[in-house]
Design a protein around this ligand. Structure first.
Ligand SMILES: Nc1ncnc2c1ncn2[C@@H]1O[C@H](COP(=O)(O)OP(=O)(O)O)[C@@H](O)[C@H]1O
Ligand SMILES: [Mg+2]
Length: 211
């Protein structure tokens, strides 16, 4: 069983959005997935309540309780656990990162988000778990090319000791629309651009998890 945690000390960077979407994408890839919502705000849990489908499974708990929840997940036969985390709690984020096989750090490409990322990269720097930054809510590519904002964000992120995922996720209305009634973009618009980006992100994340 593998565990992927999404952490970022800043709120609104896309931890929940990407965690949910990677969970649904992994399901479509044949994995048996448990989503663990460790954010007291419970956004992933609220999405799951709105969802008709029984998968992915979801449990809620504290980040510091993750080892126990992982043991239970293993016993229940899950082969992938995706952990959504709260912002502003380095203790909880570290607890999740420490028990993970890989960590994703979503950030928006805006300067205030980039300024804040050092707190999160410092948090994972001392751990042996592989971590990667993923740019989220980016201006969509123009004629197949990343926009200047995204290229400049990649350059700025070069100053941190954590690599940046080659796949960037764009700001697309489909992400917000899909979540309203408990769906993911691939279930809302199967052949849309948002679904294609999540597919690419999952394919980039898999080898990080050793899958
Ligand atoms: N790629 C995206 N495109 C459009 N909206 C997005 C995208 N990523 C996140 N959002 C929106 O931004 C807000 C914050 O995202 P969320 O996943 O809740 O962040 P976090 O969990 O890090 O606080 C939500 O309203 C979400 O729908
Ligand atoms: Mg969240």
């Amino acid at each position: 069983m593998k565990t992927l945690s999404l952490i970022a000390q800043k709120g609104g960077t896309g931890k929940t959005t990407l965690g949910i979407h990677l969970a649904v994408q992994a399901l479509r890839d044949g994995r048996s997935v448990l989503l663990i919502d460790t954010d007291p705000q419970g956004s992933a849990g609220a999405w799951w309540q709105r969802r008709q489908a029984e998968v992915p499974a979801l449990v809620q708990g504290q980040g510091t309780e993750l080892p126990g929840m992982q043991a239970e997940a293993r016993a229940r036969g899950f082969d992938l656990v995706i952990v959504d985390t709260a912002p502003h709690s380095s203790e909880q984020s570290r607890a999740c990162a420490e028990c993970s096989d890989a960590v994703l750090i979503p950030t928006r490409p805006a300067i205030l988000d980039l300024d804040a990322i050092g707190i999160t990269t410092a948090l994972v720097a001392g751990l042996s778990v592989p971590a990667e930054i993923v740019l989220n809510a980016c201006p969509p590519p123009l004629l197949g090319h990343e926009t200047r904002i995204v290229a400049e964000a990649r350059e700025a992120l070069g100053a941190y000791p954590v690599s940046v995922c080659p796949v960037a996720v764009s700001q697309r209305a489909a992400f917000s629309h899909a979540l309203i009634d408990g769906h993911a973009v691939v279930e809302f618009e199967a052949h849309g651009k948002a679904a294609a980006e999540i597919d690419a992100l999952w394919r980039a994340v898999k080898p990080r998890l050793g899958l």
